[in-house]
Ligand binder design. Structure first.
Ligand SMILES: [Zn+2]
Length: 80
């Protein structure tokens, strides 16, 4: 979980590793803090047996760097 949530956001006391989850607990407040996540949208576009792959411009010539269509979620997007 890196260095996030080392201290409680409510009381400021050091947190401890959660017993079962990838989280940290505050022994004082009994709050549980989970790591921040960055939602990602990924799609696989197909037509029959064909796949649509994308490639970022700027990769070295000859580099095989094709992937599915994906993007980090922007705050203004609706996730319905
Ligand atoms: Zn606390």
């Amino acid at each position: 979980m890196g260095t996030t949530h080392r201290y409680c956001g409510s009381c400021g006391k050091p947190t401890v590793a959660h017993a079962a989850d990838r989280a940290r607990d505050c022994p004082e407040c009994r709050l549980t803090f989970y790591p921040r996540i960055s939602p990602v949208v990924m799609a696989l576009v197909t037509r029959g047996r064909q796949l649509l792959l994308t490639r970022k411009p700027g990769y070295a010539p000859g580099a095989i760097r094709w992937s599915r269509v994906s993007s980090r979620r922007e705050r203004r997007w609706s996730m319905r």
